[in-house]
Design a protein around this ligand. Structure first.
Ligand code: ADP
Ligand code: ASP
Ligand code: MG
Length: 404
C-alpha cells in the first residue's frame, strides 16, 4: 500500500461523463489498496476560455485578479470530481491549492512553489479519504491566491508526490510519451521509459507533455513519474533515472515546435560589448531568447539571429530597432513563421554522424535549414514554419522510429 498521486489533465475531465470515468478509476485504485491523492486541471479548454474572457473585459488584467479568475477553473473540477466519488461510496474532499498547503512567491501568473505544507492532505489520507487538489495553484507569502502558470498542474502533482513520499501518475489524452507527437505522426511509438535528461531536453525543445517544471522538480527530488492515458488506462511511459545497463538510443524522440519567431539584425559592427548590449535589453524585457547565431564577420560587420516566443515578437521588435540604432547596425528583420525541429537522444554522445544524417535527410526532402544548434544529446534546426510537420515526419522515418 502506497501513496499514488494521480493527476488528470483538462481533456481527461472535459465533461460529466469523463469526470465519472475518472472517479471510477480513482475508486478502483482505492479498492486495490493504494492511497490515492488526486490533482485535477480545469475542465477541457476552460483555462483558455477564462484567459479569453479576461482579455475581452480588461486591457490591464492585474495579475492578482487573473490568478483569482484562472484558479476558479481547477476549483470547479475538484468539487465535481469529489461529488462523483461520493456517489461511488468513496469519501473524498476537495482542496484549493491554498488549503492543500501550497505556499508560493508573489509572482502572479507564474508563481513558484516555496513550500508544500501537506499536513491536511496527509491527515485526509490517513483518515481513509481521497483528497482532490486543484492543480497549478497556491497561496502567496502575501496571502493572495496564485496561479503556477500554464501546465502547472503537473508540478502540483509532482510536488505532492514528493511531500507525501509517493509515485506520480500523469493521466492525459495520449497513452504516454511518444517518439514524436502522435497527432502529427500517426506511426510514432510510445516509449516504455525515458530518462530525466532526455525528457528535459524534449521539454526544452517544446514537447508539451509533461510540463518541464514538473520534470525538473521530479528529477531534483527523485520522484518517479508515469505518463499514461485517462482514456485507455493502459500502462504508459516511466520517466526515471538512467538505467546504465540499457543501450542508449541514438535518437529517442523528435520535437517540432512552431511557437517561436526569428529576429535577425544585419550589419552589426563586430566589436566587444555589442551582443551584451542587445541581449541585456532582451533580458530586461523578460524575453526568453532561445537559439542565438552570430555569423563570422566580414569587413568588421556580422549578422546576429535569434529565436524567441512568437507572441513576444511585437513587443520585442521596437526594442531591437532601438538597440540597432544605438550600436550602429543596419536592419532588424523579423520572421514570425519559423519552426524548430529537435532530435533528442542520449546515444548522440557516442555516435558521430547524427548531424550529417539530419542535414542529408532534410536536403533530400528540399527543406532548407535556417539555423542549427546542438547540445550533448540534442540537435535542433530552424526551418520554415510550414515545413515543420514534414521535417518531423521524414526525420522520424530516417532514424528508424516509425512503428512497423
Ligand atoms: P494535459 O492537458 O493532459 O496536461 P497536454 O494537452 O498539455 O496534456 O499535452 C498532451 C498532448 O501533448 C497530447 O495530446 C499530444 O498531442 C501532445 N504531444 C506532443 N508531443 C508529444 C509526445 N512526444 N508524446 C506525447 N504527447 C505529445
Ligand atoms: N489548466 C491549466 C492550464 O491549462 C493548468 C494545467 O492544467 O496544468 O495550463
Ligand atoms: Mg493541459
Amino acid at each position: 500500500m502506497g501513496v499514488v498521486v494521480q493527476k488528470f489533465g483538462g481533456t481527461s475531465v472535459a465533461d460529466p461523463e469523463r469526470i465519472r470515468e475518472v472517479a471510477d478509476h480513482v475508486a478502483r485504485t482505492v479498492k486495490r489498496g493504494d492511497q490515492a491523492v488526486v490533482v485535477v486541471s480545469a475542465m477541457g479548454k476552460e483555462t483558455d476560455e477564462l484567459l479569453h474572457l479576461a482579455s475581452q473585459v480588461s486591457k490591464t488584467r492585474p495579475g492578482r485578479e487573473m490568478d483569482m479568475l484562472i484558479t476558479a477553473g481547477e476549483r470547479k473540477a475538484t468539487a465535481l470530481l469529489c461529488m462523483a466519488l461520493h456517489d461511488l461510496g468513496v469519501p473524498a474532499d476537495s482542496f484549493t491549492g491554498s488549503q492543500a498547503g501550497f505556499l508560493t512567491d508573489t509572482n502572479h501568473m507564474n508563481a513558484k512553489i516555496l513550500e508544500v505544507r501537506a499536513d491536511r492532505i496527509r491527515a485526509a489520507v490517513d483518515a481513509g479519504r481521497v483528497p482532490v487538489v486543484g492543480g497549478a495553484q497556491g497561496v502567496s507569502t502575501a496571502n493572495d491566491v496564485t496561479f503556477l502558470g500554464r501546465g502547472g498542474s503537473d508540478t502540483t502533482a509532482v510536488a505532492l508526490a514528493e511531500a507525501l513520499g509517493g509515485v506520480c501518475e500523469l493521466y492525459t489524452d495520449v497513452p504516454g510519451v511518444f517518439t514524436t507527437d502522435p497527432r502529427v505522426v500517426p506511426v510514432a511509438q510510445r516509449m516504455t521509459r525515458i530518462s530525466f535528461d532526455e525528457m528535459l531536453e524534449m521539454c526544452a525543445a517544446g514537447c508539451p507533455k509533461p510540463a518541464m517544471r514538473a520534470v525538473e522538480f521530479a528529477r531534483t527530488h527523485g520522484v518517479r513519474l508515469h505518463v499514461r492515458s485517462a482514456f485507455t488506462w493502459e500502462l504508459g511511459t516511466w520517466i526515471t533515472e538512467e538505467e546504465s545497463e540499457m543501450e542508449d538510443a541514438i535518437v529517442s524522440g523528435i520535437v517540432g515546435d512552431d511557437s517561436e519567431a526569428k529576429i535577425t539584425i544585419t550589419q552589426v559592427p563586430d566589436r566587444p560589448g555589442v551582443s551584451a548590449r542587445l541581449f541585456r535589453a532582451m533580458a530586461s524585457a523578460d524575453v526568453n531568447v532561445d537559439m542565438i547565431v552570430q555569423n563570422v564577420s566580414e569587413q568588421g560587420f556580422t549578422d546576429i539571429s535569434f529565436t524567441l516566443p512568437a507572441d513576444q515578437l511585437d513587443n520585442v521588435r521596437p526594442i531591437c530597432e532601438q538597440v540597432a540604432v544605438e550600436i550602429g547596425a543596419d536592419q532588424v528583420l523579423a520572421d514570425p513563421s519559423i519552426a524548430k525541429v529537435s532530435l533528442v537522444g542520449a546515444g548522440m554522445k557516442t555516435n558521430p554522424g547524427v548531424a550529417a544524417t539530419v542535414f542529408e535527410t532534410l536536403a533530400a526532402n528540399d527543406i532548407n535549414i535556417e539555423m542549427i544548434s546542438t547540445s550533448a544529446i540534442r540537435i535542433s534546426v530552424v526551418v520554415a514554419g510550414d515545413q515543420c510537420d514534414r521535417a518531423v515526419t521524414v526525420l522520424h522515418s530516417a532514424f528508424g522510429l516509425d512503428a512497423a
